[in-house]
Design a protein around this ligand. Structure first.
Ligand code: KE4
Length: 424
């Protein structure tokens, strides 16, 4: 038994499923998870000393790779003055000012400690601000594990949500309408039927949690118009896309401004930070400015905030987006060519440095078409890549993340490995 297997065996005795977040358990691809010892730049090493090119990047936060110098430096500076005070600090003001500068739609922002906290709070805020209870989410979009969002599509036309996990009250799930992503007709009919009851719509403006799926042209604009007309709040969940697909996030890339934005991942630079923000007239309803309650012991703590600040400042200064686009295109081209040579049907959906290789011949525009993918072939591909030192996300329905620490030779090595992996 190697060290990863031994650790997994031990972990399962004291941690549910042996992991602290389900996707890490490799259940979607089979086999046992690798325990990681360390990371540096674009690389990680497992506890058995094997090296990998890392395309998970902690599921998105590490846009400059592992142990990027500016983050390490920022953390060392904070360690010299303390780690958490439970009191306001200057750095929190600086990070909030920078976020509001980079996202014009965000006039005020509240820092929290995870993406889930951000989306849960934004939903409560939208319900409190509008006095309405119904929300809309989209099939295949994931917004963290808040009760109102762990809801799957109900049967057919009803769209009334059903709990997607035991423990979610059906009375709450029913208040969530679940619509197909990218389906303008479904959107229009839901607003025709219930527009005046809808507190908010929450959407991943570029989906990453059904695999990478881009919004159809005009779809986000339609969403913006329908929510404005019905007095509903439009929430862009940019936990994954924020500062990843552009410095101003998906809202800059597609030119559509939401009322509220939820953030996470990149804004923590690998430390636990989430945030939600938007129009001041909405945000000012949040305690203690207003009556809608939300709180957090470690919200805005100096360590996490300093890592996030260092990351956003470097994004502003270096603007790695052209390089990330070029690396993403190189990987996309290489994998498509490799699949063509092997006679394997692969669809690559990509937005900048986030992409997914779907093992299907269908265009993937929503969760239904994503699910036509051959997940068994994906699993074989995943393990064949692991065997060649390439660490991909452990599910067909996740996104690959390229960092600014990746090099052209990393990409070329990955394409060579994919060529061999696709022959298996
Ligand atoms: P966290 O609570 O995991 O920080 O964020 C939840 C969340 C919210 N919104 C979007 C768009 C997200 O992608 C996420 C979390 N993403 C997953 C990966 N697809 C995190 C990985 C995990 O669950 O371990």
């Amino acid at each position: 038994m190697n060290r990863s297997e031994d650790l997994f065996h031990r972990a399962q005795r004291v941690i549910p499923g042996g992991v602290n977040s389900p996707v890490r358990a490799f259940q979607a691809v089979g086999g046992k998870p690798l325990f990681i010892q360390r990371g540096n730049g674009s690389r990680i090493w497992d506890v058995d000393g094997k090296e990998y090119i890392d395309y998970v990047g902690s599921w998105g936060p590490l846009i400059f790779g592992h142990r990027s110098p500016e983050v390490i430096e920022a953390l060392n500076q904070v360690l010299a003055i303390g780690t958490s005070f439970g009191a306001p600090t200057e750095r929190e003001v600086e990070l909030a000012e920078l976020i509001t500068q980079l996202l014009p739609s965000v006039e005020k922002v509240r820092l929290v400690s995870s993406g889930t906290e951000a989306t849960m709070s934004a939903i409560r805020l939208a319900r409190g601000f509008t006095g309405r209870e119904r929300i809309i989410k989209f099939d295949g979009c994931y917004h963290g594990h808040g009760d109102s969002l762990l809801v799957r599509a109900g049967s057919g036309v009803a769209t009334l949500g059903l709990p997607d996990s035991p423990g979610v009250p059906s009375s709450l799930a029913e208040l969530t309408s679940v619509l197909p992503f990218n389906d303008s007709n479904a959107l229009k009919s839901e607003f025709d039927r219930r527009g005046s009851q809808i507190a908010c719509v929450i959407i991943e403006p570029v989906a990453g949690n059904m695999g990478c799926v881009e919004p159809r042209p005009g779809y986000l604009e339609l969403l913006r118009n329908l929510t404005k007309r019905s007095g509903s709040i439009l929430i862009f969940d940019e936990v994954m896309t924020g500062f990843r697909v552009a410095l101003g996030g998906a809202q800059q890339r597609y030119g559509v401004q939401p009322d509220l934005t939820t953030m996470g991942k990149v804004i923590g630079g690998g430390l636990p930070v989430g945030a939600y923000g938007g129009r001041a007239e909405i945000m000012d309803r949040i305690a203690p400015a207003g009556p809608i309650y939300q709180a957090g012991t470690l919200s805005g703590n100096p360590l996490a905030v300093s890592a996030g600040l260092a990351t956003l400042k470097r994004l502003q200064k270096d603007s790695p987006y052209d390089r990330l686009e070029a690396l993403g295109a190189r990987l996309e081209r290489g994998v498509i060519e490799a699949a063509g040579k092997a006679g394997i049907q692969v669809r690559v959906n990509r937005v900048g440095s986030m992409l997914t290789f779907f093992f299907t011949d269908r265009e993937v525009t929503d969760f239904q078409s994503a699910r036509t993918s051959d997940t068994k072939r994906f699993s074989r591909f995943f393990h064949a890549m692991i065997d060649q030192g390439i660490y991909l996300p452990s599910s067909q329905f996740e996104a690959v993340f390229i960092s600014a620490a990746h090099t052209e030779s990393d990409i070329d090595q990955t394409v060579s490995a994919a060529t061999r992996a696709l022959e298996i």
